[in-house]
Design a protein around this ligand. Sequence first.
Ligand SMILES: [Zn+2]
Length: 123
Amino acid sequence: MSETERFSMEHLKELMSRREYAAVDRMVRHLVQEYSVPTRPLRSERPRCTAITRKGEPCKAPAVWLPGDCQPRNGKCRVHGGLSTGPNTEAGRAAIAENNRRRAEQIRTHRQSMANDDAMQAR
Ligand SMILES: [Zn+2]
């Protein structure tokens, strides 16, 4: 039995009496309504990306939907900017610049040490 089968309402139906099942069913419906438990639509039923492709047609891909969210991130698919669009604040841009500088420095020193190793072996 798979995980999904074990927790499906159909399986509960087999395990419980009709009265027990009806009680659980009512409770679940009540919880969904009372606390308006948000449900995620299937990927195939999610809203489409709002971008226009180079063909001039609307993009057909589903909009990016981050796990745990109840709505699309920004209405765009993963190709058309649905994922991060980069740092927006001055502090964010400065942090990215600093990380890039640090990484470039690491690469520079690594290449230098490799070149030194080669020079040592060539002797
Ligand atoms: Zn798209």
